[in-house]
Design a protein around this ligand. Structure first.
Ligand code: COA
Length: 260
């Protein structure tokens, strides 16, 4: 088993980085050290030009992430709980708003804050044996890291309410049917790598602007959404990568994007 001295392991290989939550003895639960590690990675990824996509996974063979660290939480006074939930939300929001594409590679348990973390990613690939759910209401709380907001936006209010108001766990096939995950794979890491390879064929500035266009535009009134799309499109017009794509097309070769 991986040594747990580093709560978040980052492999910085080329355009696709691999970020792994490394607390398998607690099923990669979101303790303070893990969340602070994720916050640091989110900051680094946002400013590091070479990285275009991030694969986020959990260590060990049991869980992507079992949600809040219920052992750590038990020792926290109420003000500490409030402060921690603020840190958790700030971190998750930074991942969701990242200029880079985040892909969750989900295996085993993906529960509570673990599913909320996956929902902050742009894309989700699940191992065929994964189990996903938001059990918070069974624990005397409610999803507190975006789950009640991101899940209905992703799959619709009625379907989201069924998961939130029952706390049920669903399998990967059901998650795919509902649209909670994009793909199911026999190997979640291979599946995420394949998806990342497709993503990184795109121009880096295009990825950032397309993500902004969707995330900040989809719930605007339609005409305002189209104006927002145009504003994001305009950012790509003066880029060298746009001219490189046109040249590559004319020369019948693959483009060599520089993110400029
Ligand atoms: N916080 C802290 N520790 C956790 C944890 C969590 N969320 N989830 C699991 N662990 C710990 C267990 O306490 C156990 O520790 P121990 O060996 O000291 O007893 C260890 O991880 C293994 O847990 P276990 O239940 O034996 O593993 P499993 O692989 O059979 O089941 C889960 C894994 C995730 C399905 C199960 O542990 C579970 O349901 N955890 C709670 C998940 C939850 O409700 N999260 C929502 C929080 S809002």
């Amino acid at each position: 088993m991986t040594a747990e001295s580093t709560p978040v392991i980052v492999e910085r290989h080329g355009p696709v980085w691999h970020v792994q939550i490394n607390a398998p003895a607690r099923r990669n639960a979101l303790g303070r050290a893990v969340v602070e590690g994720l916050a640091a990675v989110a900051r680094e990824v946002a400013t590091e030009k070479t990285v275009r996509a991030v694969i986020l996974s959990g260590a060990g063979d049991k869980a992507f992430c079992a949600g809040a660290d219920l052992k750590e939480r038990r020792g926290m006074a109420e003000p500490e709980v409030r402060a921690f939930v603020t840190l958790l939300n700030d971190t998750f929001n930074a991942i969701a708003a990242s200029p880079k594409v985040w892909i969750a590679a989900i295996h085993g348990a993906c529960l509570g804050g673990g599913l909320e973390l996956a929902l902050c990613c742009d894309l989700r690939v699940a191992h065929e044996g994964a189990r996903l759910g938001l059990p918070e209401a069974r624990l005397g709380i409610i999803p507190g890291a975006g789950g009640t907001q991101r899940l209905p936006r992703l799959i619709g209010v009625a379907r989201a309410k069924e998961l939130v108001l029952t706390g049920q766990r669903i399998d990967a096939a059901e998650a795919l049917r509902l649209g909670v995950v994009n793909r199911v794979a026999a190997d979640h890491l291979d599946g995420a790598q394949a998806l990342a390879a497709e993503v990184t064929q795109c121009a880096p500035i295009s990825l950032t602007q397309a993500k902004r266009a969707v995330d900040l535009g989809w719930d605007l009134p339609f005409e305002a959404g189209l104006r927002w799309e145009r504003a994001c499109y305009d950012v790509t017009i003066p880029t060298a990568d746009r001219l490189e794509a046109l040249a590559a097309f004319a020369e019948k070769r693959a483009p060599d994007f520089k993110g400029e």
